[in-house]
Design a protein around this ligand. Structure first.
Ligand code: FAD
Ligand code: NAD
Length: 467
């Protein structure tokens, strides 16, 4: 039997990063993945393929609706080769997952393909095609991620009633895509298919989309996506989803309690994801999970069994790739005797629609609930020369700062490339910068980043220069 210092179960961004950091720190490391490709949800059916389709559909949208205003004329009709678009996405995924194979080899990490399960707290069975082998591990990191969740009355048939996984590999563009859930997945994939010509109806339970983000972002994105032709049905409680042949009917009750129904050819169920521990046999190691199926961990991400840790989507907190990665590094460094720390308040959240939406720190709603006195600085993208040059004038940067100390407490953005801009806010907040600190830093002109400086000037003492 082979002995390892660490066995990592699951090869998503949590697991593979944990394995790399363990190997860098001199530990003999194994990674176990049940699928034939490494990279988990994020690389195979999540972050990377969804961004590939967002980028492809964005090019089509530009060609159809925006090239002309730039003086670019395309003779003849612009056509979509949807199969090619999906093939390109698959090849982006392939290149990315192959990159993880390379990183495993480079770091001398042993890769096992098969379902990992606990035999006991120090032995992991790996089962593939009916055969089981066992490895011994001094420490184990559970990084088994999450799966799409659904509503109790919905049967996902993976053909017409689908999750994000199927929506990333359809064989045709839907005529009418009904999206249940106006969160990150619903809006990103809803926007992809709207751009490609589908009618898209988003049915959301809450009274706003992206409900956990700052209210100003929800409002702005709703306004822009409505302009793009997406239809929204907020405060609608879905009660049934039925398929007849190639038709799907979604029934819901609206705010007044009236029953409404929507009929389309596809229904995307995007109401969140659930922690995934099926087949792990946690009970054999004595590892406990909560009522939501999340593995219980302490501040060191250690489970109730001292040598077993858990990271990423399978534990509490935001279900984000970069959160999982930070946790992977944290556990590796703890195992190496270091004292790492994660500032969970500074894990940014991004929605990759266009315009993009990005956030870090507290929302205005949270500050109100917590009774913190704060001031707001806001600057519209349309006032930037850079935005006018590219034609991306929707959105804003909003900075929330402590009313007394001026420390930045939250930054919320909607606009072109804000997924990249948010890092400036994370850096500033990591160093506990004040709004005035940001306001006094030189920002290259013309850039979208100037909106950050201007919002900071506005937060400092209402002295934005260009608005
Ligand atoms: P996962 O990536 O889910 O990986 C877990 C791995 O464990 C899987 O490969 C699974 O097969 C394997 N596994 C499970 N059980 C076993 C077992 N018993 N034995 C062996 N292997 C096992 N996040 C972002 O930050 N940015 C984005 O843009 C983004 N876009 C997304 C788009 C979509 C459509 C979806 C669905 C998700 C997106 N996410 C995004 C979320 C992101 O994918 C997850 O937060 C991230 O993948 C979590 O990483 P993880 O390592 O915890 O788990
Ligand atoms: P989500 O939590 O972002 O959104 C779910 C939405 O469904 C919410 O708006 C919620 O109010 C709504 N909802 C819940 N029950 C409903 C019901 N019965 N009827 C109608 N609406 C209902 O979840 P998601 O979009 O499925 O994404 C899952 C996870 O994947 C998220 O936690 C997210 O962090 C991650 N993800 C991240 C990215 C990114 O970082 N860009 C992209 C995709 C997914």
């Amino acid at each position: 039997m082979t002995h390892y210092d660490v066995a990592v179960i699951g090869s998503g961004p949590g697991g593979y990063v944990a394995a790399i950091r363990c190997a860098q720190l001199g530990m003999k490391t194994a990674i176990i993945e049940k699928y034939n490709t490494l990279g988990g949800t994020c690389l195979n059916v999540g972050c990377i393929p969804s961004k590939a389709l967002l980028d492809s559909s964005h090019h089509y949208e530009d060609a159809m609706h925006h090239f002309e205003e730039h003086g670019i004329e395309i003779p003849g009709d612009i056509k979509i080769n949807f199969q090619k678009m999906i093939e390109r996405k698959a090849s982006v995924v392939e290149q990315t997952t192959k990159g993880i194979d390379f990183l495993m080899t480079k770091n001398k990490i042993d890769v096992f393909t098969g379902i990992g399960s606990f035999k006991d707290a120090t032995h992991i069975d790996i089962t593939s095609e009916g055969k089981t082998q066992t490895i011994e591990a001094k420490n184990t990191i559970i990084a088994t991620g999450s799966k799409p969740s659904t509503l109790p009355f919905i049967k996902i048939d993976k053909e017409r009633i689908i999750t994000s996984t199927e929506a990333l590999s359809l064989s045709e563009i839907p005529k009418h895509l009904i999206v249940i859930g106006g969160g990150v997945i619903g809006l990103e994939l809803g926007q992809v298919y709207r751009r490609l010509g589908a009618e898209v109806s988003v049915v959301e339970y809450m009274d706003r989309i992206i409900p956990t983000m700052d209210g100003a972002q929800s409002k702005e994105l709703l306004k822009v996506m409505k302009k793009q032709g997406v239809k929204f049905y907020l405060s609608h409680k879905v009660s049934a989803v039925e398929r007849k042949g190639n038709e799907v009917t979604v029934t819901a009750s609206d705010k007044k309690g009236d029953t409404v129904s929507f009929t389309g050819d596809y229904c995307l169920v995007s109401v969140g994801r659930r922690a995934y521990t099926d087949g792990l046999k946690l009970e054999n190691a004595g590892v406990s999970a909560n009522e939501r199926g999340q593995v219980n961990v302490n501040d060191h991400l250690q489970t109730n069994v001292a040598n077993v840790y858990a990271i990423g989507d399978v534990i509490r907190g935001a279900m984000l790739a970069h959160k999982a990665e930070e946790e992977g590094v944290l556990v590796a460094e703890i195992l190496a005797g270091q004292k790492p720390h994660i500032n969970y308040n500074l894990i940014p959240g991004v929605v990759y629609t266009w315009p993009e939406v990005a956030s870090v720190g507290k929302t205005e709603e949270q500050l109100k609930d917590e009774g913190v006195s704060y001031k707001v600085g806001q600057f519209p993208m349309r006032a930037l020369g850079r935005s006018r040059a590219s034609g991306d004038t929707d959105g804003f940067v909003k900075i929330l700062a402590d009313a007394k100390t001026d420390e930045i407490l939250g930054v919320h953005m909607v606009g072109a490339r804000v997924a990249d801009l948010i890092t400036e806010a994370v850096t500033a907040m990591e160093f506990r910068a004040s709004a005035e600190d940001l306001a006094r830093m030189s920002h290259a002109h013309p850039t979208y980043a100037e909106a950050v400086k201007e919002a900071a000037l506005d937060a400092t003492d209402k002295r934005a220069l260009h608005f």
